[in-house]
Design a protein. Sequence first.
Length: 177
Amino acid sequence: IAIGLFAIIVTIAVGGLARALRSQRQVASLLAASSNVSLVLEQMAREIRTSSDFICDRLNPSQSCIGVSEVIFTNSSGEGVIYCLDSGAIKRGVEGGGLGINCGDPLDTGFEKITGDNVTVQYLNFLLLGNGNSSRGNPDLFPPRVTIAIGVSPKEVTVADKVLSLQTTISSRLIDE
């Protein structure tokens, strides 16, 4: 009887330990994904704050863009920068540095992945407001505001269906002229 009770207690304890380890692994992967996407958002925000001439469609630059997965602007160094979503990763491209024009083209070496290998980006949406520009004939005298919405999931199999959604709004320090 004692051996039987001991076996039942050990079985329950081992099962509880296995669940605790699995939960710990899931929480660690969710925290890593959150940390990764927070770093990416901070990098993008830092560059957007000091940039100008925002557009989200090279062929049809408009004053406001809603829900597009690419934003293009001129950074403080005068480079044309593109942030886009490609194959579950956020990429940053610089026009002229190995092309940097077509985000999804594998031959375009002007793009580098800025998200980690431990996450899959489910969606990346930009909302561009207040982007009046005198060179396009529509100054609005407000700084451009870029809202970024990102959804990421960890590559850990047991939590890959969980999507962490983050959103931030960045206001450029430069007012449209």
